[in-house]
Design a binder for this molecule. Structure first.
Ligand SMILES: Nc1nc2c(ncn2[C@@H]2O[C@H](COP(=O)(O)OP(=O)(O)OP(=O)(O)O)[C@@H](O)[C@H]2O)c(=O)[nH]1
Ligand SMILES: [Mg+2]
Length: 312
């Protein structure tokens, strides 16, 4: 998470883009004096615009601006720092309302089955490998399921990661039934006494109903081999896709029970509001963020550090 903050600072040094806080400050500065007087409609509208531009989405934006307005009217936002701290606290509240655990699920009895889902190219397979790596470092034994039987080269991609991670892999035939691959993988993990099964799935457009039904079936079939599986279904989003990620969250969330969010490519954007928007849409915690393409570039999500980074 801290690398994200550092990266943002670096980016800004190269291309001095104005960060969200800089832009919000403009609003506040019309001025801190405006806030003291009780905030005028124009200042609130401008704040709204800034948040929308940073991909916060309408509901989270309205929530935040209303909170600022109420607080300012109470005369409690008199300085720039008060505004910043107030916004930061509201962001943490939105991102982590109940102090929900961002820990990856753990089945009552092994193996824990984790399914990675999302649209094409968001970072599912890379996340699979990086998550396997994190778990291995904690002493878990991980089996990979190459259940993207659709995209050419997807099975080889998982096999290559498996070789690099020295993890067993269960793969089916190209074009085969992904649900059967996951079923076999869970079966193999039980047989081998592995503690985690991480299953890759094909990228699919959330607008394609048949493919959404297929991924729901993959989840159901996992549960047929092992009760309670998948114990974790992670929706992977690409931070650079902005508001479309929200539509993805909505349709994937309707198709199958998503238990956590992974936001990849956060290193590729200065906006990041989509993290807040998706959290709010799905009501499940953001568990990890992707900060680069390497094996070590997956970080457990830290709401406080994220809010700090956004408002720096
Ligand atoms: N910069 C950056 N690149 C990432 C990150 N996560 C994944 N990528 C890159 O994004 C591209 C797609 O990643 P994959 O993991 O193959 O994505 P996928 O969702 O499995 O893609 P499909 O299987 O085609 O649907 C690769 O080039 C990754 O290296 C990240 O956090 N930051
Ligand atoms: Mg993939």
């Amino acid at each position: 998470m801290n690398r994200w903050i550092e990266k943002r600072e670096e980016d800004r040094a190269f291309a001095p883009k104005r960060g969200l806080w800089q832009r919000i400050k403009d609003v506040a500065l019309m001025d801190v004096a405006v806030l003291v007087k009780g905030v005028d409609a124009a200042a609130i509208e401008a704040l709204e615009e800034r948040l929308l531009a940073a991909d916060f989405g309408v509901p989270a934006t309205l929530h935040l601006t209303e909170a600022v307005e109420t607080e300012a009217l109470k005369g409690k936002l008199r300085t720039e720092n008060e505004l910043r701290e107030f916004l930061k606290a509201r962001l943490v509240e939105l991102l982590d309302p109940d102090g929900a655990s961002i820990e990856i699920a753990r089945a009552p009895a092994p193996p824990t089955v984790v399914l990675l889902v999302g649209v094409n190219g968001v970072g599912k397979t890379t996340t699979l490998a990086r998550l396997a790596h994190l778990l291995q470092e904690r002493g878990e034994s991980v089996l990979l399921a190459a259940a993207d039987t659709f995209r050419a080269g997807a099975i080889e991609q998982v096999k290559a990661w498996a070789a690099r991670l020295d993890a067993p892999v269960v793969a089916g035939q190209a074009g085969g039934d992904p649900a059967a691959v996951v079923f076999d993988a869970v079966d193999a993990a039980i047989g081998r006494g592995m503690t985690y099964v991480l299953a890759d799935t094909a990228g699919r457009l959330h607008t394609q109903a048949d493919l959404m039904a297929e991924v729901a079936k993959v989840a159901r079939v996992a549960g047929k081999r092992l009760e309670g599986a998948p114990h974790e279904t992670l929706l992977v989003l690409d931070a650079t896709t902005g508001q479309n990620a929200l539509a993805q969250a909505r349709t994937f969330g309707a198709a199958l029970p998503i238990t956590g969010i992974v936001v990849c490519k956060l290193d590729g954007t200065a906006r990041g509001g989509v993290v807040v928007a998706a959290r709010r849409e799905l009501g499940v915690p953001v568990k990890y963020v992707g900060l680069g393409e390497g094996l070590d570039d997956l970080a457990p999500f830290d709401a406080g550090a994220f809010a700090e980074g956004l408002l720096r």
